[in-house]
Design a protein around this ligand. Sequence first.
Ligand code: PMP
Length: 345
Amino acid sequence: MFDLKSLVRPNIWALKPYSSARDEYSGKEAHTFLDANESPYNNPYNRYPDPLQRELKQQIAVLKEIRPEQIFLGNGSDEAIDLVFRIFCTPGRDNVVSIEPSYGMYEVCADINNIECRKVLLNSRFDIESERLLEVCNERTKVIFLCTPNNPTGNTLNSGEIKNILDRFNGIVVIDEAYGEFSDQPLWRNEINRYPNLIVLNTLSKAWASAGIRLGMAFAQVDIIALFNKVKYPYNINILTQQKAKDILNRRLDIEDWIKQTKNERLSLMYAVNELDICEQVFPSEANFFLARFKNANSVYDYLVNQGIIVRNRSQVKLCDECLRITIGSPQENTALLSALRQFK
Ligand code: PMP
């Protein structure tokens, strides 16, 4: 049985959160704000932002077909990942399970919070086997982190295996869908009402082309989102980010176009890299990057750096021997990469 209270750190469950001036005021139209020790000058930046980002969440709610109370917004999805540890995991006592290889911040946040991170190697197809993940869990396992499409491998994880984990694990399951927009698979975001233990992460940093403004999202049932709101910094999303996020969310057609172009470029770049003599294998991808195995990844990487082209060297990562991770850029950037690779000796 899933029991949220038993999963939450007792001090967090009991926490009386900070109540900001703008939290306490709500209701009637007001015109004179003398409650928050703000300056009367330099409007609008003199004012604290909305602590719950209500307008922005309304817009996201419509777009993602999720109720505003089921949305947490953070300073990148990295903030949401860190909050998961601070809400659910007691330092020095609890543990989390994650897959390997995957996005590095799950383990870094575990280390920062002094939480053991039990890593389960993916199989040779870079996929999960749910039984192996469930096997390493014990009564102190609070969270399982999954990432689909996975970084750095680029593939989506088997949905039957994920379902098995959601059904059988009584702790929290975080599914990081940072690259979901580039995939043709059904999104886990649409399943949050079915699973009380599911948290899905999205971000504006990838398909929405806004890594610089730092806006990440967590979607879950209302009681979990209420815990995020309790623990987060009161004004964690600044006015400039809220404004820029609203602007980019209004450009949905541009975004769809950019996603389409990225997927087209992905197809042709992967094909062309696969044709190179120096390339051993290109792995399937449903993200805006792909993993490729080279005959000598380090020398290809160094050569590209000398040409002013930076890719990600993943050759030291488990299961990724001799692999580089290549982000899909603009057509010009991709051409520059290809012509450099074709001249590599
Ligand atoms: N999740 C995954 C899988 C990522 O690859 C990244 C960034 N590389 C993030 C989350 C971080 O996203 P954000 O910019 O929203 O913090």
